[in-house]
Design a binder for this molecule. Sequence first.
Ligand code: ATP
Ligand code: MG
Length: 275
Amino acid sequence: MSLVRVEGVTKQYQLGNQTVVALHDITLSFDEGVFLAIAGPSGSGKTTLLNIIGCIDTPTTGKIFIDDADVTGRSADALADLRARTTGFIFQSFNLFPVLTAAENVEYPLLNLPEISREERQQRVKKFLGVVGLERFADHKPNQLSGGQRQRVAIARALAIKPRIVLADEPTANLDRKTGESILSLMKDINRHYGTTFIFSTHDRRVMAMADRLVRIEDGQVSSLGLKVNEKWKTVKPNNRDNGFQGEKHESKVGPDDMGNHAGRNDGGGHSGGR
Ligand SMILES: Nc1ncnc2c1ncn2[C@@H]1O[C@H](COP(=O)(O)OP(=O)(O)OP(=O)(O)O)[C@@H](O)[C@H]1O
Ligand SMILES: [Mg+2]
């Protein structure tokens, strides 16, 4: 079963009497646990594709499946609920609330989940600020933090809901090279340790090199798929279920103090099961 399947997706924007084709007939699927980069030149459709996978935006034609459930025709409320429980987002410009502390920023998405008690919220904030190495900065506001620290807060915020998928749109673009690499290493460690799926867009070759799957897009179309085997990239044919791109099942690497996301698998119906 694929975690995400994008089937024949096209996205068009209307600008006056001009139609902009941002994505054209994209078909792609992958399993849980991949660390996947979407690469392509500016304007190629990376952000549009991430937004559609994250159900922030809807395709003009085509379908999106999460856990094999078609989410394409769902209402805005149902999609908001699905996002709130399934997907963490990380942005190029961090998108933290400037008036909130690091801890309050991490807590924020949990306020959408009424089943999570205040005590559980506090525990998660502490835990995930710890995961990103920022316990001591819990009371700092974003303007009292460096760029790399801000992006770490954003990672903790994305993880706080115990997401199945983390989507990151050029997460290192506003960081210097060394800080960007440390942010990517942190994301990779979380992917390995918890099995959380990461999908991120990038222009940066060094960032692409850290992925285990690579989708290249040009002019809104998939131009190639890369699969890392024994630390070497292999190009595989798109649209072939047996090309290995989807990813093999990760054996569970999750300990007793896990994030609980695998137990809390979304049923695809907008409600979380077993959380
Ligand atoms: N809201 C919109 N209205 C009209 N056109 C849009 C809109 N959003 C994106 N586009 C167009 O769709 C195409 C893809 O844009 P997108 O932002 O997905 O590219 P990108 O690969 O993320 O680029 P970058 O690397 O610069 O972030 C571009 O031609 C862009 O101008
Ligand atoms: Mg973009």
